[in-house]
Design a protein. Sequence first.
Length: 433
Amino acid sequence: MISTALVAIGHGFGIGAAQTAWLISVLYLASAVAQPVLGRLADVLGPRRVFLGGLVVVAASGLVGTLAPTFAWLLVSRLLLGIGTSAAYPAAMSVLRDESRRVGRSTPRPVLARLSFAALGSAAVGPTLGGLLVTAVGWRGIFAVNVPVAVIAFASALVWIPADPRRGERSGAPDAPAGDRPRAALDPLGIGLFSGVLTVLVFFLLDLSHPMWWLLAPFAVLTAALVLWQLRRAHPFIDLRMLAGNPALARTYLRHGVSYLLIYCVMYGYTQWLEEGRGFTSGHTGLLMLPMSVCALACSLLGARTKGIRAPLIVGSVLLTVGAGVLTLLGGATPLALLLLVGACFGIPQGLIGTSNQAAVQFHAPAGDIGAAAGLQRTAQYLGAITASSLIALAYGQRANDAGLHLMGMASGVLGVLLIALTVTDRALRRRV
């Protein structure tokens, strides 16, 4: 929803696109760290507990954002929202893992597709709903709506989410001592080092027009410390040995991150251009994004009906590259039909890629650590989003204009070609998942 409120928020606080980009980045920074953390907690403590706790934080974020007197308080609200919503996906994957263990069979692709459909559905209606809320009640409605949504989700979870299994059953070791594994698996120092690495990286990325090169030194030191510590741990926060021995999973993370870098450039950069470059209202911009939303929803279900994942990923990669090329042709005289087509070009791959990479993670990740593995998938996605916000800030500066959109389109086109190469050359994708 925030994508159609960025311009209104900027006008309200007298700031430009480079500053409002922090509303994107702070949420995805929090999510990039919190997803694997809460995924690990879901594996250790149980997904139902973690999901309910996350919803409490989401409700708190809505209250803070609604009442925010300054832009800094909006950043706090987005930080809380990133932490709270990070519980949903890894907890859901853990629930499916527990159910698969109970019935003795792997999770079917159509079930994974419904999970993807739910995630894409909420994201799909976001720009349209956000535009309507901004038009009707102002940008604070974007934050206020999180409170009733969290309350409804909390009540629904109490009724429908199964009770958490016992600790030994979750860890995959029924005879394991109940008190040992949770403390060992949390790895607070590893979490702190990982948070530090991402925070320094984000601060560097967000001002690429005036790079703070000195940040590369603490980034290198923190990264080295993180690697050394994780390799020494029996139960590391990020299992680097597992990733090194599982290149198919590592490539899935890389492919997912690059894909969503391109998708988020459109989700946020294109919507800002529609408002500032073409003069559309927030409500009209939300409606112009409907083709992207509808295509993403339809293709998430279509992708689940395929027997493999390679073909949907190739189609999605090609369409992302084509869509990036079209961005370089847009301007003040571009007909409405072409503006709608751009959304479809990015909506189709959003559905195909999201569902297919989700199935790849489910197939390649260790069963006992699916929550943490799913969290790392979302970390890769949010790193793509952070990089996208940096690219948007670099291209636009203080205002979204045609030149900035074209620069963003050219950079996205180069990344699209890279994504095609990563997908076509991955032999692991030729196996049916």
